[in-house]
Design a protein. Structure first.
Length: 86
């Protein structure tokens, strides 16, 4: 059963990293296309989409780092409790 939970946790972490990488790629794509478009409205829309995507990426990074910190704290508490019992 613990092996199952390890696979679930690793899967969640890998999924979050994959979503983060996809978001970074889309942010870069929108910012790069901002400078290659000729129409002002298209450039503005591309820039806004890039900015929104970058904010989403930052939010995803913060959520992932906070979740990993909480998970690490929980594991440390379990480890300390185990060491204090022995």
């Amino acid at each position: 059963m613990t092996r199952f939970f390890q696979f679930v946790i690793v899967g969640i972490i890998l999924g979050a990293v994959l979503m983060l990488l996809a978001s970074i790629v889309s942010s870069c794509y929108f910012f790069i296309t901002t400078f290659t478009l000729s129409d002002f409205e298209e450039r503005t829309a591309s820039f806004v989409l890039g900015a929104v995507s970058a904010l989403f990426t930052y939010g995803m990074l913060r959520i992932l780092m906070n979740a990993l910190q909480v998970f690490s704290d929980k594991l440390d508490a379990i480890k300390k409790r185990y060491e204090s019992n022995n």
